[in-house]
Design a protein around this ligand. Structure first.
Ligand code: NAD
Length: 339
């Protein structure tokens, strides 16, 4: 790192990949309790990105960059933010293209522009600069396709009209999922820790729930669109919906929770399958012909077909959707490593 003007601010890039092609992963600007928590999260997320790319059939590995910065409230984020992003760009550049970064929680297209001052290996730049722009609308599109497939399995129809959908997290993705579900005629129950999101909820005619209550509220679908780790041995028993399908990465506190969900009769759409829309869109940016939003749309809508296959494989093998998705991912990684 060339800059490093603040001692509390450093970056971690984790790459977990056995695929050919660069590891593609978002850049997360988040506050961690300590460096161990940051490394753990970077490793967990890079693993998820590897499986996400493999299941989506992309010629990419998986990686994740975590920027460890001072507490934004205490230290005044404006002061250090661009230095942190430039430091991150230096780290990415030093990997020589083995890792390509993009947006994730806490970062935007504008942040990618700052990172691009230090490295060429950055995607998700604005359309104005020749990039594919914010990946969130594409992630939301994939999540919507996933919710529809789940509804077909459980209720016999993909239509969301009249369904009650509980959404946790009304951010870049969750806000768009909520808007799309409202437009499709669903009744919404939403929550966010940020009270400013109440305005969006009101605009959509959605009921507001406290963050602790939304998971157990009676609904047809629960869509976690905030942060990961919320499904554990205890919370699974409180779920109020027979379907869980949402954008949040790493929703399960541990892989064994997938079996608990199955035992409880809850259909869980593996997060790394349904939230792949953003990375699928970005992968089009890396194709020889350059970025084409129409092609991106077709590929992202394919998430529905992938999820159907995973549910079919799971039913045929008597295993959880997580296990079926991992079998598919490992087969594709083995093919890439040997092919
Ligand atoms: P975001 O930061 O824009 O939104 C997250 C929202 O969740 C914020 O409004 C935040 O206030 C809220 N939140 C945080 N903790 C909460 C809690 N306990 N209860 C309720 N709300 C809470 O992030 P995003 O880009 O919308 O991403 C959401 C999730 O989807 C993340 O897990 C992210 O890793 C995952 N994801 C995002 C993309 C993408 O394209 N942005 C792609 C794949 C996966």
């Amino acid at each position: 790192m060339r800059r490093g003007r603040r001692s509390g601010c450093f970056t971690i890039v984790a790459v977990h990949s056995t695929a050919r092609g660069p590891a593609l992963g978002g850049c997360r600007l988040w506050h961690y309790v300590d460096s161990r928590a940051a490394v753990r999260d970077a490793l967990r997320l890079s693993r998820a990105m590897t499986f996400k790319s493999a299941v989506a059939g992309l010629p990419l590995g998986g990686g994740k960059g975590v920027i460890m910065a001072p507490d934004p409230v205490v230290a005044g984020e404006r002061e250090w933010r661009s230095d942190a992003l430039l430091d991150f760009g230096d780290t990415v550049e030093s990997l020589g293209g083995d890792y390509v970064t993009a947006e994730d929680v806490g970062t935007s297209s504008r942040d990618m522009e700052t990172i691009a001052l230090a490295t060429r290996h950055v995607t998700g730049l604005s359309r104005r600069l020749g990039g594919s722009g914010d990946p969130s609308p594409w992630t939301a599109l994939g999540v919507q396709a996933g919710i529809e497939v789940c509804c077909e399995r459980v209720f016999g129809t993909r239509s969301l009209a009249g369904r009650t959908i509980a959404i946790s997290g009304l951010g870049n993705v969750g806000g768009r999922v909520a808007t799309a579900c409202a437009e499709a005629g669903a009744t919404l129950l939403v929550s966010d820790i940020d009270p400013r999101k109440r305005a969006l909820a009101e605009g959509l005619g959605a009921r507001w729930a406290e963050p602790d209550a939304v998971l157990s509220a009676p609904a047809d679908v629960f869509a976690p669109c905030a942060l990961g780790g919320l499904l554990d041995h205890e919370s699974v028993l409180r779920l109020g919906a027979p379907i869980v399908a949402g954008a949040a990465n790493n929703q399960l506190a541990g892989d064994e929770v997938a079996s608990l969900l199955m035992e409880r009769g809850v259909l869980w759409a593996p997060d790394f399958v349904v939230n792949a829309g953003g990375i699928i869109n970005i992968s089009v940016e890396l194709e020889a012909g350059g970025y084409d939003p129409r092609r991106a749309g077709e590929l992202v809508r394919g998430i529905g077909t992938t999820l159907e296959r995973i549910f079919d494989d799971a039913a045929a093998g008597g295993v959880s959707p997580l296990e079926a998705a991992m079998v598919l991912a490992r087969a594709r990684l083995a093919e890439a490593a040997g092919g």
